[in-house]
Ligand binder design. Structure first.
Ligand SMILES: Cc1cc2nc3c(=O)[nH]c(=O)nc-3n(C[C@H](O)[C@H](O)[C@H](O)COP(=O)(O)OP(=O)(O)OC[C@H]3O[C@@H](n4cnc5c(N)ncnc54)[C@H](O)[C@@H]3O)c2cc1C
Length: 372
């Protein structure tokens, strides 16, 4: 296959990649853009998952409310030209203790090791969406004029004078002047030559804890509770360090009810199947303590393991949106944002869209200056 040349390349066709590409395409119609996506589908973690109760967004169990979350979703509304936010509900997190469901007041002296990951979910408000995010991905894909290349995995990124040479599937090269990566920094760093990764960042990355999220989705034949608040459950003091959390959704008229639960297992321990099975047992044990009848009512269950969770905020990337050794390598990942998960990645997408606009204006000025 012959080499391709574009002005900007976006790595990843998840929600962040699609939204960033659409924003860039609208504000820079004269530039040629392209998205490369390693999998055979669009949407990444925001793809649709089929359940007995209809389709839902795989990577969205809870969207905690905050000013930043609203800002992130407003950006998505502008880019997709859709109304996405329905309302915000005040729903304090709950826990089970001394035989009843009570307000969750914190972990006291012993916080779980993954507290910074968990804290994202602990806000007292929840945002309800008008449309599921997989539909937003669909709309963005329909609107996008630039090409999305599926089954195209970036295997290497070379930083050149004034641009990048990006190897795809180890087979062909895409040359671009600007590169937008939606990958976590750890994953991006592996694609760069070691000389392009500052030593401080390489050292911090090697020490950074990362987690595998273990999700358990349950559909029960009968309704268990009307409480849609986040439940944070933990048992004996030895389990205090590994709480589980989840939410019940509104039951259908026929009584089916979906509840979605999760906890984290430290990597690389999570590569051991026994650690994962222990985490699943822990989830079920805590659910049984709080709702003893629930497990007997299971109609369907689904386990999802999502690797590579971990805030990379500690890396202290100086510009907050571009790679230290290259201003034109934009970092559209929530892992370095002040908020993690979906909120963080959309905030970062908004930030890099604005930075890209500024940079593009500067390079245009440089181009025209000799003629003046
Ligand atoms: C099971 C699960 C549950 C979640 N629950 C929540 C939640 O409750 N609340 C919340 O806020 N967030 C949640 N998240 C996180 C949320 O879904 C993501 O933050 C959000 O989807 C961000 O999307 P993204 O586009 O940045 O990343 P992704 O959706 O991961 O997209 C990245 C894309 O890049 C592609 N890619 C990877 N490597 C390469 C490569 N080398 N070359 C080319 N393409 C590549 C991937 O295939 C993927 O399509 C959850 C995620 C999962 C998986």
């Amino acid at each position: 296959m012959k080499n391709i040349k574009v002005d900007y390349l976006v790595i990843g066709a998840g929600l962040t990649g699609l939204a960033t590409a659409r924003a860039l395409e609208v504000s820079h119609p004269h530039l040629k853009g392209l998205i490369v996506e390693s999998s055979s589908f669009i949407g990444g973690a925001s793809k649709a998952q089929e359940t007995l109760m209809g389709n839902s967004t795989l990577g969205l169990r809870q969207l905690p409310g905050s000013e930043l979350a609203i800002k992130a979703l407003k950006f998505l509304e502008r880019v997709s030209e859709l109304e996405i936010v329905e309302s915000q509900s005040h729903l304090e997190p709950l826990t089970f203790s001394e035989g009843s469901i009570k307000p969750f007041v914190g972990f006291g002296d012993v916080s779980p090791e993954f507290y910074s990951e968990l804290s994202y979910f602990l806000k007292p408000t929840v945002i309800d969406l008008k449309i599921p995010l997989f539909e937003v991905c669909k709309k963005l894909t329909q609107d996008l004029k630039l090409e999305i290349k599926l089954k195209s995995e970036v295997t290497q990124v070379e930083i050149l004078e004034g641009g990048f040479a990006v190897t795809v599937n180890g087979q062909y090269r895409i040359d671009c002047s600007q590169l937008v990566s939606t990958l976590p920094i750890k994953k991006l760093a592996r694609l760069l030559p070691s000389a392009a990764v500052p030593q401080k960042i390489a050292q911090k990355l090697s020490k950074l804890s990362s987690w595998s999220a273990v999700h358990l989705d349950l559909i029960t034949k009968t309704k268990t509770t009307d409480l849609e608040n986040l439940h944070v459950l933990f048992g004996s003091s030895s389990e205090l360090v590994s709480p589980i959390w989840g939410r019940f959704q509104k039951a259908t008229e026929s009584g089916l009810q979906l509840s979605q639960w999760m906890t984290f297992v430290k990597e690389p321990e999570a590569e051991n199947p026994e650690s994962l099975s222990h985490a699943l047992k822990l989830i079920k044990r805590q659910i049984k303590r709080a709702y003893p009848e629930l497990l007997a009512q299971i109609e369907r269950e689904k386990i999802i393991i999502f690797e590579g969770y971990g805030q990379e905020t500690d890396l202290k990337i100086p510009s907050a949106y571009s790679w230290p050794k290259s201003d034109a390598l934009f970092l559209a990942t929530g892992t370095i944002a002040s908020e993690s998960n979906l909120v963080g990645s959309l905030l970062q997408a908004e930030l890099i869209t604005a930075a890209f606009d500024k940079m593009s204006l500067i390079s245009k000025r440089i181009e025209i200056s000799p003629a003046l």
